[in-house]
Design a protein around this ligand. Structure first.
Ligand code: BG6
Length: 290
């Protein structure tokens, strides 16, 4: 199912046989929506989101590549989320259990001549977005070095989860880990105690995390599970009250309804030699809780 956004850019809706759906835009290769079979939206998008390339849409799952945040000379979070991707008609094969029937779409990004001026590395970035029969959203990124010299990058699936209320949410799986705090000059700290709860701005990169993280939403009585491979780090971001007011495409009160938890590779850059390929997978599911 394909439609055009107001800028004439193609958006695709992928459905699984049970009616779960995911919407993906060629702008940024960005997932903009993930809905249950009952039509309930699971990802947050701001009511003030601006759909105007090259700026990435505030919500869904923008992909940060080849740089996370401002840790380098490129634009914030790298350029991949700002580019117009193409459909990959003939992707090199993935393992059969990655395709899950026909509920998937393959996108491709290659650098333009202008991109090569700011980041002189030829790559092919293949992104498969798919839904399993159970409605899990999976994203598989394959990045290949098609150049004659090595390059390094960082990466994140910047996932905006829709939540009932930030004060009702708990994140499990990051206890006792070291993290870099973006609010304190990226200084390194160690997480103490139990699951994470939220009462102020948070902007952290948790290091070498387990491969499954849970986001428990007590009020909505549901839990998101984030499973990841090839992505050792986890970003946790909520701008809270003050920062929200400074973000033009974000409502003043919307920080209460969203939480970004990204599967990422940030602290240790990924390096690819000529001809090498890296794969980073994310699988999201939601289950009712009591
Ligand atoms: C987070 C960063 O991942 O993304 C924050 O750690 C940043 O520092 C946030 O503010 C949003 O970034 P952007 O570029 O989409 O506004």
């Amino acid at each position: 199912e394909v439609s055009k956004d107001k800028n004439g850019i193609d958006q695709f809706i992928v459905r699984n046989p049970r009616g779960t759906s995911v919407k993906v835009s060629l702008h940024g290769g960005q997932v903009l929506s993930w809905k249950t079979e009952r039509g309930e939206e699971l990802l947050f998008t701001s009511s003030k989101a601006i759909f105007n390339p090259p700026k990435a849409v505030r919500g869904g799952i923008p992909v940060c590549f080849p740089q996370f945040g401002n840790r380098g000379s490129l634009e914030q979070h790298g350029f991949a989320r700002n580019k117009i991707w193409v459909i990959d008609r003939n992707p090199p094969s993935l393992q059969p259990n990655d395709s899950n029937g026909k509920s998937y779409i393959d996108l491709l990004l290659k650098p333009s001549t202008d991109d090569l001026k700011i980041w002189p590395h030829r790559f092919e970035f293949r992104l498969r977005v798919s839904l399993t029969v159970d409605g899990h959203l999976t994203m598989i990124s394959r990045i290949r070095n098609v150049n004659c010299k090595p390059f390094s990058f960082s990466f994140a699936y910047h996932t905006y989860f829709s939540i009932s209320d930030i004060s009702e949410v708990r994140v499990e799986g990051l206890e006792t880990l070291d993290f870099l705090d973006n609010l304190c000059q990226k200084e390194r700290f160690t997480e103490q105690g139990d699951a994470l709860t939220f009462e102020s701005e948070v902007d952290r990169v948790y290091l070498s995390s387990p491969n499954t993280i849970a986001v428990l939403d007590h009020k909505k009585k549901r839990t998101f599970f984030i499973r990841k491979e090839g992505l050792p780090d986890v970003v946790v971001w909520n701008p809270w009250e003050k920062k929200s007011k400074s973000i033009v495409d974000f409502g003043d009160e919307e920080y209460k309804q969203m939480l970004c938890i990204d599967g990422a590779a940030i602290e240790k850059a990924i390096t690819l030699k000529p001809g090498e390929e890296w794969t980073g997978r994310l699988e999201l599911c939601v289950i009712p809780s009591t």
